[in-house]
Design a protein around this ligand. Sequence first.
Ligand code: G4P
Ligand code: NA
Ligand code: NA
Length: 194
Amino acid sequence: MELLEQKILTEGKVLSESVLKVDSFLNHQIDPRLMKQIGEAFAHRFSDAGVTKVLTLESSGIAPAQMTGLSLGVPAIFARKRKSLTLNDGLYSAEVHSFTKNVTNEISVSKEYLSSEDTILILDDFLANGQAAKGLINLVQQSGATLAGVGIIIEKGFQDGGKQLREQGVRVESLATIASLNHHTVTFSKEGAS
Ligand code: G4P
Ligand code: NA
Ligand code: NA
C-alpha cells in the first residue's frame, strides 16, 4: 500500500533492529485518512471471503478494524486484555504471551458476539511472533466460527509469526511487509510493495 509505505518511511522511527515506532499515525495519534484506505484495502482483499465480523485486539487494532468493518458492512469486535484469570462465564478466553513486552495477557470476547454462524476476519496492527493472532484464532475456534484469514497492517517478515501462520494454512494478508530494520533503515520486502 503506497500511502502506508510512505508514512512508514517518512514518520516511522527505527528504535532497534526489531522495533519500529509508528506513534504518529497508528499506535498513538491516528491518521483517519490512512485508516480509511487501510479499511478499503482489507475489504478488497477479503471481498470474496463472506466475512460477517472483523475481530481484533485492543487497543491499536480497533481503528483499522472499525474502518474495515465499515468497508465490508459488518461489525468490528475487539477482544479485551486482562491480567489475570477471573470470571470466565460467558467469555471465550485465551492466553497471549508477548515476547516483545514479556507479559502474558488473557484475552477474551463475549460469547454473545461470536457464533458458529460467523465468518471472521482477524485484524491487527503488527505481526511479529504471531502470538496475538494465534490467541485470536483460538477464540474463533472456540466459537465454532469460520476463519476467513488474518489481515495485518505491518508484518515484520524477519520474525516468525507470518511464516508459522501460513504453514498452518491460515490466509495472511499484510499491507506492508518489512524485510529488515537493520542500519536504522526500513527495507520492505516485495510482498508489501503492492
Ligand atoms: P506478536 O503478537 O506478533 O507475537 O507480537 P508481540 O507479542 O511481539 O507484540 C506485542 C505488542 O507489541 C503488540 O501491541 C504489538 O502490536 C506490538 N508490536 C510488536 N512489534 C512491534 C513493532 O515493531 N512496533 C510497534 N510499534 N509495535 C510492535 P500491544 O501490546 O497489543 O499494544 P496495543 O498497541 O495494541 O495497545
Ligand atoms: Na496490537
Ligand atoms: Na501495538
